[in-house]
Design a protein around this ligand. Structure first.
Ligand code: LMR
Ligand code: MG
Length: 502
């Protein structure tokens, strides 16, 4: 087990994330600290970092360093982006960081920043194509992704702070500046030749600005899941929200629900930038990525290479949760196998449309995770844990559905329609959850011994009944049969057929 610290010295905020990494490369976040240092503000005419901002950064670095020592971090990787990158006095800054806080800072180029954004995102999201945008204080990276491949990228030399300063956007946007700003964006985008061909993709937004925009939207809609990563908006929702922020002055923004006080003065510039790119590329909505540069740097450290992508983001997540809670891996995997087999064989009966494979996988593998809270009512504890584990390869709806399916693996005592998450589900989704919950419960009855004795099942579907035969070498299956008999009434209720055990 090793402890890794990653310090991201952005032009607006400076962040430290501390995580442990086990022998198999699984991460667990230990701590995270963020300070709004604004290195990119009050810079000199040539982009020199100001004395005051540097002093503030040094204070923060000393705090971060002491935290890293306290947890005995084996390695601390510090990277600095635009503000430091373009500062003529950056050597003074780097030397001070080393002398005053013992930090060796690596200044990364715009291309490297774009690469880490890409690497951090594709390895933590189940996405195949999109336009990744990382808005920082003084730079903005655009990365075009197709089939998980990095097709093209660019780092543009402006961000939330520099746009705010240059176009005086602290309070609001006057009509005259709108023309000037639109002209500026158009020229900048026109210079990026490949950007013209990027059309109708989803924007995948990285950085504090995007996370905040997602939060404002969640608050506005009373969204029940307070999770940033993978929060999505369709094009209409995105445009509506951007216009709402653009039409609010500083006073209004300061009291806007979900918008951090520290960001109220610089969010307008960033919002106008997102709006301009979305227009230029006719974007098909927005997904927030909670992962970017810091995760990219961490994955490179763990994988040791830059060209290896995680083949299955969800699988990595589920395995890391299994290990974190010390669960029986064999039982979890066997339940998944049995559930898939039952699901496939019952296809003509359940008639579930759409791809639910990730929901089956997540609910099966994590169905027992609640035992780590308490054996009693563990199906409910599994539900909270799944809801709050920030499982990366799933959409929010898949998280909620998996949580409910896991909750149904022992008892039918969860009222989905009356839960706080009902606004995220349609009637059909609730029916699907109930059917998958039943399937998981059957699988659980079949591996009551937790040892794979029942290797598989054979199901024979006829008009009024489903006949179930266990495939096993043991000649005593009374334990499993007793469990299955208890599920017979629910089987009838959910699928409208008799379950006959033969
Ligand atoms: C950066 O400049 O990259 C970050 O500080 C982003 C932000 O807006 O906090
Ligand atoms: Mg950044």
């Amino acid at each position: 087990m090793q402890t890794l610290g990653v310090i991201d010295i952005g032009s607006n905020s400076v962040r430290l994330v501390l995580a442990t990494i086990d022998e198999r490369g699984f991460f667990k976040i230990l701590d995270e600290v963020k300070e709004s240092v604004r290195l990119g503000m009050d810079t000199g005419p040539g982009g020199e970092l100001s004395e005051e901002r540097m002093d503030r950064a040094m204070e923060v670095f000393r705090v971060f360093s002491s935290l890293c020592s306290a947890v005995k971090a084996d390695k601390v990787i510090s990277v600095a982006t635009a503000a430091v990158r373009s500062a003529p006095n950056r050597d003074v800054f780097l030397k001070r960081a080393l002398d005053e806080a013992g930090l060796h800072i690596r200044v990364i180029s715009g291309d490297e920043e774009a690469f880490y954004d890409y690497f951090g995102t594709v390895n933590s999201m189940d996405m195949s194509s999109g336009l990744i945008i990382d808005i920082g204080g003084c730079s903005t990276e655009l990365i075009h992704v197709e089939d998980r491949k990095n097709m093209n990228s660019i780092s543009l030399p402006f961000g939330s702070i520099s746009l705010t300063d240059r176009f005086s956007l602290r309070n609001n946007l006057g009509d005259s500046r709108l023309v000037e700003l639109s002209q500026f964006f158009k020229e900048e985008f026109d210079n990026v030749t490949w950007l013209k061909k990027v059309k109708a993709l989803k924007i995948i937004g990285i950085g504090g600005t995007f996370r905040n925009i997602g939060k404002i939207h969640r608050k506005m809609n009373g969204y029940p899941l307070d999770v940033s990563h993978n929060y999505s908006m369709d094009a209409e929702e995105m445009n509506g929200l951007l216009s709402f922020i653009e039409s609010s002055d500083l006073k209004k923004r300061r009291s806007m629900k979900g918008l951090s006080k520290e960001r109220a003065d610089i969010i307008l510039g960033a919002t106008l930038l997102i709006d301009a790119i979305a227009d230029y590329c006719e974007a098909d909505g927005l997904v927030i990525s909670g992962c970017g540069l810091r995760e990219g740097v961490s994955y490179e450290h763990v994988l040791g290479k830059r060209d290896v992508l995680m083949t299955d983001v969800l699988e990595y997540e589920l395995m890391s949760i299994l290990r974190r809670y010390n669960l029986r891996e064999n039982h979890a995997i066997h339940i998944w196998k049995l559930a898939r087999s039952i699901f496939d064989q019952l296809e003509p009966v359940h008639r579930i449309g759409g791809d639910v494979s990730k929901i089956i996988k997540t609910a099966s593998i994590l169905h027992d995770v609640g035992v780590s809270v308490s054996y009693y009512d563990h199906h409910r504890h599994s539900m909270y844990i799944i809801l709050n584990s920030l499982i990366k390869g799933l959409s929010h709806k898949e998280v909620v559905m998996s949580a409910f399916v896991a909750a149904l693996h022992r008892k039918d005592d969860v009222n989905i329609a009356k839960s706080e998450f009902s606004s995220m589900l349609q009637k059909d989704d609730i029916a699907t959850i109930r059917k998958l919950g039943l399937i998981l419960r059957l699988a659980e009855c079949l591996d009551r011994r937790l040892d794979g004795t029942i290797r598989d099942v054979k199901l024979h579907v006829s008009k009024d009944e489903v006949r179930l035969r266990m495939i096993t070498d043991t000649d005593y299956t009374g334990l499993e049969e007793a469990g299955l008999r208890l599920v017979q009434p629910l089987f009838r209720k959910v699928l409208g057929k008799e379950l006959v055990i033969i």
